[in-house]
Design a protein around this ligand. Structure first.
Ligand SMILES: Cc1cc2nc3c(=O)[nH]c(=O)nc-3n(C[C@H](O)[C@H](O)[C@H](O)COP(=O)(O)OP(=O)(O)OC[C@H]3O[C@@H](n4cnc5c(N)ncnc54)[C@H](O)[C@@H]3O)c2cc1C
Length: 506
């Protein structure tokens, strides 16, 4: 039996040398600066933490390794997962319910879900929406109805995950919950971070750039500061209330990816910024924290748009379908990287091919063509009769709007019965895009407090965003918006908790 407990233990980093040391505060001769809340990493989680801490009355400082704050959040599509009846959902004519959102997100978070975090996130989703609006973020109340990786126009709202796809649609009522800050095109992370950074600065938050945090400073069991590299010198920053680690994930650290998340190492596009090297996770472990869910991450192979590809079928080297083709691209990517050495093809007929108005987003080369499906089957070197049988069965049921094999939604079921046929190659290593980022990170309470393997709080240490194991827990269930939603929401909670914790000031 491979129990959940065993899986969790397998995925921890507790048994690994953290490659970082803590520094004892007695060794610090001169504090370069003192603050109440010290935040390491000025991306979505860090700046949200800073705003909340400043609002709660703390003096706040952010150390940022790059020359500008923003992190991967600024590079992102900017989708934020929110629901339960947001003003944008309502303005676009959608009803949503917190319980439906909870039911969906719990399933989307997979077997390692942090139930407490999912519950809190859903219960406070409307409040989080209001908070984002208060920071100046605008969501244009317009719904983008097609399946896409992001809204390609200014529209704020779209369905971003597996909500309408089996098996999720059998457990929760679907609703569009991806909210993109207003911008022409799909770079919603830019206006998101612009407004958050501006808000933080207006509240007096000091953001120090070109400052790479190296080590945690401890006084006994408590975390009291950070050593950082600035202008080729090591400088010591004292934090009277707490240190919040928000340095993002570790997809750019090949050694960590290969050790902890080998499935992600098979990807060919790392989704992130150059500083996604796991510094916060490693610092947190050095101070007593533990990394959990380390093998998990996002795996995207963007096979849509166009819609014609959703109406096609995807088969493996046995000529068999293995997934409903209306899933979120991350669910397909996850299924393929579960068996990365297999061959995978998207089979399309001429009715669909001839109406294509764009090449496949995922960079898939053409693997073969055939005047008949038999000819295509031979060209792809599939076992005789397999693809022929698969397509015959698919077409028979699709005519009646049914898919008993993989449960694709009836709105995408159109028989693929117009020869000639073509196959696009989704095989890993043959040119298809497999973009990855990590989900594993420090184990934290919903308050952001970093906890040890024994679930004890590390005094004065907090983490949020991809430095922590938050809401996104598994590739097969992930929906766009869960990461930025998690980073901004739980970043806020960490900022608030750190502010409310008072060490004895010396
Ligand atoms: C192209 C792209 C599109 C995406 N689209 C979406 C989307 O639409 N919706 C969604 O939910 N997610 C999306 N994601 C994922 C999402 O952007 C990230 O998972 C999330 O923003 C991470 O937030 P964070 O605050 O944890 O990290 P970041 O925003 O990356 O912030 C971490 C910061 O810490 C800094 N840092 C790192 N190490 C140190 C150090 N030692 N000292 C000081 N500073 C340090 C970094 O420079 C960075 O500024 C996308 C990602 C990419 C790359």
């Amino acid at each position: 039996m491979h129990s959940l407990v065993e899986k969790t233990l397998d995925n921890t980093m507790s048994n690994v040398p953290p490659q970082k040391n803590t520094i004892d505060s007695s060794a610090v001769k001169h504090w370069h600066a003192e603050t109440e809340v010290l935040i390491v990493g000025g991306g979505g989680a860090g700046i949200s933490a800073a705003i909340e801490a400043a609002d709660a009355g703390a003096k706040v400082m952010v150390l940022e390794a790059a020359s500008e704050p923003g992190g991967s959040t600024a590079l992102a599509g900017g989708l934020i997962y929110m629901g339960g009846g947001t003003p944008t959902q309502t303005a676009c004519g959608f009803e949503d319910d917190t319980e439906e959102m909870y039911s969906y997100l719990l399933r989307a978070s997979g077997p390692n879900a942090d139930i407490e975090k999912v519950r809190l996130y859903c219960d406070r989703s409307l409040e989080h929406y209001d908070w984002l609006i208060r920071q100046g973020i605008v969501f244009k109340p317009e719904y983008y109805p097609n399946k896409h990786v992001n809204t390609p126009n200014e529209a704020a709202l779209m369905i971003t995950g597996n909500e309408e796809a089996w098996p999720y649609n059998a457990h929760a009522k679907p609703a569009p919950r991806g909210h993109k800050p207003q911008i022409k095109g799909d770079h919603g992370g830019i206006p998101l971070m612009k407004h958050l950074i501006q808000s933080a600065r207006e509240k007096g938050v000091e953001i120090i750039c070109d400052a790479r945090a190296l080590n945690i400073i401890k006084d006994g069991a408590a975390v009291v500061g950070i050593a950082a590299r600035i202008d080729m010198q090591t400088k010591y920053f004292r934090a009277h209330n707490g240190v919040i680690l928000t340095t993002g994930g570790f997809i750019m650290n090949s050694e960590m990816v290969e050790s902890y998340a080998p499935r992600l190492a098979r990807g060919n596009h790392r989704n992130g910024n150059p500083n996604d090297t796991g510094d916060g996770i490693r610092m947190g472990i050095s101070a007593g924290g533990i990394g959990i869910n380390m093998d998990e991450g996002f795996i995207c192979t963007p096979f849509y748009p166009p819609r014609q590809f959703i109406e096609s079928i995807i088969v493996n080297e046995s000529g068999a379908r293995f997934i409903n083709e209306d899933v979120y691209h991350g669910r397909l990517g996850s299924a393929i990287l579960d068996r990365p050495d297999g061959r995978y093809y998207l089979i399309i007929d001429s009715r669909h091919f001839e109406t294509l108005n764009r090449p496949p987003m995922g960079g898939y080369p053409v693997a073969g063509t055939g005047d008949s499906i038999e000819e295509l089957e031979q060209e792809l070197l599939l076992p005789s009769g397999t693809l022929v049988d698969t397509l015959a069965s698919y077409n028979r049921y699709a005519t009646d709007g049914q898919d008993p094999t993989c449960h694709k939604h009836s709105k995408y079921l159109i028989p693929l019965d117009q020869p000639p046929y073509a196959a696009f190659d989704l095989t890993v290593g043959n040119g298809a895009i497999y973009a990855t980022m990590t989900f594993g990170g420090l184990d934290t309470l919903p308050t952001g407090e970093v906890i040890t393997a024994d679930k004890a709080v590390v005094p004065g240490l907090y983490a949020a965003g991809r430095s922590s194991a938050g809401l996104p827990r598994c590739a097969e269930g992930y929906a766009s918006g869960m990461s930025i939603g998690d980073a901004t929401f739980f970043g806020r909670l960490a900022g608030f908790s750190a502010t409310k914790r008072h060490l004895n000031r010396t």
